[in-house]
Structure formats: C-alpha cells, structure tokens
Design a protein around this ligand. Structure first.
Ligand SMILES: *[C@@H]1O[C@H](CO)[C@@H](O)[C@H](O)[C@H]1NC(C)=O
Ligand SMILES: *[C@@H]1O[C@H](CO)[C@@H](O)[C@H](O)[C@H]1NC(C)=O
Ligand SMILES: [Zn+2]
Length: 521
C-alpha cells in the first residue's frame, strides 16, 4: 500500500493546542474496497463445509480471563506492533470458522472464577466458585463433600481411550485452570500438603500437586509450580533462598518419574532445548517455583516461551497413532495482568497466546485436529473514549475529560488503578510503561472478573457444533463427542480424516490446474 493519505484531525477541545494525526489507507475511502473485502468473506463463508469426521487430536487453548474486549485490544496491539493501525488486523483465532458465546457463571456465583469454570469446560459439569473437578454438591473448602461428587475430565477420558495427553501453561501447573484436567479439590488453593486445612487432612483429601502425580498418567506437563513438588528442606535450583513447599517430605517429581520409560524432568531452558521429542515419551518441565513470568519479563535464556513449550508437547504427543489431547493455557498471565490493573501485560500475553495458536496450526492439520480457543471468564476491562483510528491501544483519548485532563482509552471498572483524591492527568509516555495501571473508579487491591459472556473459537472436526449462546460446560461435551470419548463412545462418526495425504487446498489447486489445461486446449 504505497499511498497513505495523512488526514489531520484537530482535537474537539481546543483548550490544548494539540493535533492528532492518523493514517487511513487511501483505498478505504472507496466503496469498492469494502465491497470486495466483504465479497471475499462471503465467498469464504459459502465454502465452509462442516467436517463430520472424528477428531483424532484435540487442542484446547484457554485464555484465562481473555474476554472479548481483551481479544479486540490484543488484535489492535498485534497490528500496531507490526506498524499497522491495528483495528483491521486479524488474530489467528479470528480466522477460525466457527464461534459461539459461553455463559460463564458458576452454580453459586454470577461472577465466576477459573476453578468453577474450568470444571465446566474441562469436565462438562458446572460447579461452585473455587472448586475443582467436583459437582456443585461440594461447597468450597469442604473436603468431606468431595467424596462421591467427583467429575471426570475430557483429558482423563482421552487417556482412557488410548490417546496421549498433555498440559502446557504459563501459570503453575497446579493452578485452577490446568488442574481441573486431573484433580478433584474442594479448594483451588490446596496446592501442596502445607495448604490443606485441618478438616481436609482429617478427611484424607490430597493436595493438587499430589493429585497431579497420582490421579492420571499425564504424558507432558509444562509450566511453573516447582515449589509444590518438593519438600520444605529442598533448595530451589534457580533461587537458592527458596525451598519447596511440602511438609510431607515427598519429592513428587521423583514419584512422577518412577516406573516411566523415556521420561525426563527439566527445570530450565537449556535442559528443555536438549529434549529430543523422538526419544522422549514423558516430559515434566517446571520452570518457576510458582507461575512463569509475564511474556514481557521472561528470561529467554532460562525459561521457554509458551509457543516453545507447546511445540515440544505437540511433537511428543503426536507420536501416538491414536492421537492426543493437549490443554494449552497462556494466559494465566492475561488474567494476572488484568487483576493487577495492568492492561499492557495482559495484552502482550494475549498476543503471545495467539502466536502459539498460529504455531499449533502449522504443526497439526485442521482435517484431524479439533482446535478450540476460549476463555474461562472475562474482566471488567474495556477500551473506548474517542480514540482515533490507529490510536495506540495503550494510549490516551484525543479529547479531554470534563476535568480537563487526559484519560487512557483502556480502563478498568474497578481495581488497583483507583487513586484517592483528584484524578491524575496522564499522557501516552506514562500509560505505555509496563507497570502502568489504568484508572478505575472503585478501589480494590485486585481488579475483578466480569460476568459477560466469552467467545469460543473453533476449527476442525465437528467444530460447527460451536454455535449460538451456550452454557460453558457444553464445551467439554462437544470435545468428547467430536473425539468419540465417554459418554459418546458410540458417536457414530466416520474415522478421523487422514491428514497429510492431500490437503484440500492442494486438491483445489490441482483441480484448477486441470481445468486450466482443459480450457486452453
Ligand atoms: C517443614 O515440614 C516439617 C514437617 O515435615 C514441619 O515440621 C516444618 O514446620 C516445616 N517447615 C516449614 C518452614 O514450613
Ligand atoms: C508525561 O507526563 C510526565 C509526568 O507528568 C512528564 O514528566 C512528561 O514530560 C510527559 N510527557 C509528555 C510527552 O508530555
Ligand atoms: Zn482471575
């Protein structure tokens, strides 16, 4: 696009002599541009054919806290990082053909959390706030009420059906979202035995780290969470002032490695890079004592990125001819960025998350792999306020507020961005820093989740079942059905499409070449 016209807007308020420039591509001024673009989209839509084969592989991407406003803002950020105005950019997830909305409330709360929601979309049953892998008959914190109320995850059912299974996350692997894949716990905070309440100990409940090792054989486990695996006398290898968190003296990594062939434990990037997927069948990588660092602050020499972890996982798991189930969560850090009222961290994490989704598409085939991207819940985060086209998504409005001060277009409904007294003025230099907290009218030391629906993006076998406005637990059912897992073993779907034989787009190309050669005769 050679010819960019510069349109110059003058601020609506003249109190400050400031000019806002924005670039609009010249072609957007013509009806033909929009008509052609829409015609192409229509053509694509008319050619969407549901794939009614069984899914061999399943990848569930969870953007923890990745509400629709976060997706929109991350899309703009991605474009702006590439030097574009951003609004017109597409995230990889934007290109998925099938979408639905997910109602995220838990049985007891309008505003959900990651544990109750993970139970819904991973196990297929709605639960209470703060509980994992149990029905709503288990009140939070009541260990005794766990027994008999356990629900089974799709990961568990995939393993039973002979698939390889894995968990990749940038949070601790015992965190609420990943742990609903394998644990049953009345409280999401029972990370290690030292977190258990007297009632939980008395009634024999096990901590989440213990369950990670003992409940289901998980082939690949990558993320943070080292401290919950080691005894309180074991020094952390990376931070010598840290020790493990376990009072029971157990070394759960050693437990996990026991009786496994071709199994490895790694805790840093060099060891991780040395893992050859071809001769590794089981891999546990724990790169931080608790959560991994924000992508913005990652030590690239010490910790692999989400994309790198996911890539290694897919290469190990896809050796199984029966296929695999992989849970990929970035965004523990999207959620944590928002809780801290720091939009920049949440949005950069979301862009990295989308990059992982793109990389997964290169490593798998849409013909036999069902990919689902969703969020557990949203946040009280939004972007607005008279922002011009191409305005930095972390920048300020082009008009002043009624108090004659600037304001960021990204804001929170509550949280630590609240300031006592008069509202501080702000400029883009300040609002673009990593630590900047967008303003919020309600003081809370942690910004809250939101109750609004979140999106489900899907592609691959049976992905067309994601349509309409659905309860969140519907997700686990579609995944189980698509892969003919319990309770849908009799799904009656034709066997997985043989990916890798001939790609449909290649077939199309061959056919059009054939047609061309016929026409030219
Ligand atoms: C470590 O665990 C032991 C029990 O094995 C306990 O007595 C002790 O208080 C724990 N230490 C810390 C620092 O938590
Ligand atoms: C932004 O605000 C800070 C703090 O008031 C100030 O030091 C800085 O010069 C301002 N930057 C711009 C570009 O106006
Ligand atoms: Zn949260």
């Amino acid at each position: 696009m050679a010819s960019h016209h510069k349109l110059v807007f003058t601020g609506l308020l003249i109190s400050i002599s400031m000019q806002w420039t924005l670039s609009i591509s010249e072609e957007e001024l013509h009806a033909s541009y929009w008509n052609n673009k829409a015609r192409q989209a229509l053509h694509t839509a008319l050619n969407v054919q549901p794939n009614i084969h069984q899914a061999k592989n399943i990848i569930l991407f969870l953007g923890d806290g990745m509400g629709v406003p976060t997706v929109t803002a991350a899309r703009i950020l991605k474009g702006q990082l590439a030097g574009e105005s951003g609004e017109e950019t597409s995230l990889v997830m934007d290109t998925f053909p099938h979408l639905a909305l997910s109602k995220t409330y838990t049985v007891d709360q309008q505003m959900p959390d990651s544990a109750g929601t993970a139970t819904a979309f991973l196990c297929g049953v709605k639960a209470n706030y703060g509980t994992l892998g149990v029905t709503a008959a288990t009140p939070r914190g009541n260990c005794r009420a766990v027994y008999g109320n356990e629900v089974t995850s799709v990961l568990n059912r995939a393993k039973k059906a002979g698939k390889s299974v894995g968990i990749v996350t940038t949070t601790r692997v015992q965190h609420a979202s990943p742990s609903a894949n394998y644990a049953h716990s009345a409280d999401r905070n029972w990370y290690s035995d030292s977190d258990l309440t007297p009632e939980a100990i008395q009634n024999g409940c096990r901590d989440i780290a213990y369950q990670l090792v003992h409940n289901i054989e998980i082939d690949v486990i990558l993320g943070g969470g080292r401290q919950y695996m080691f005894s309180n006398t074991t020094q952390d290898p990376e931070y010598p002032t840290y020790t493990g968190d376990r009072d029971d003296g157990q070394n759960l990594v050693a437990e996990w490695l026991k009786n496994k062939k071709n199994a490895k434990y790694v805790w840093n990037k060099a060891e991780f890079d040395a893992i050859n997927p071809a001769n590794t069948d089981f891999l546990i990588g724990l790169f931080e004592p608790k959560d991994c660092r924000y992508e913005l602050e990652r030590h690239a020499s010490m910790d692999p990125s989400l994309t790198e972890m996911m890539e290694k996982a897919i290469k190990i798991l896809s050796k199984n001819p029966k296929g695999f189930y992989l849970f990929v969560e970035d965004t523990g850090r999207i959620d944590h960025g928002h809780h801290g009222g720091r939009a920049k961290k949440a949005l950069y994490e979301t862009v990295e998350f989308d990059r992982a989704i793109g990389r997964a598409a290169e490593l798998t085939s849409e013909l036999d792999t069902l990919s689902v991207v969703t969020a557990d819940h949203s946040h009280v985060f939004t972007v607005g306020g008279y922002s011009a086209r191409g305005n930095s998504v972390l920048g300020v409005s082009r008009v002043l507020a009624d108090d004659q001060k600037h304001f960021t277009t990204a804001v929170y409904g509550n949280g630590p961005g609240y300031r006592e007294g008069t509202r501080p003025d702000v400029n883009e230099t300040i609002s673009s820093t990593n630590e900047y907290r967008q303003q919020a009218p309600v003081p809370l030391d942690s910004e809250t989740h939101s109750i609004e629906d979140v999106a489900i993006f899907a592609k691959g076998p049976m992905s067309h079942l994601f349509h309409g406005v659905q309860e969140q637990n519907y997700i686990a059912h579609v995944i189980a059905y698509a892969a003919c897992l319990e309770p849908y073993e009799n799904c009656d779907l034709p066997p997985p499409d043989r990916a890798g034989s001939i790609h449909p787009s290649l077939l199309l190309l061959l056919m059009s070449l054939l047609l061309l050669s016929l026409c030219s005769v």
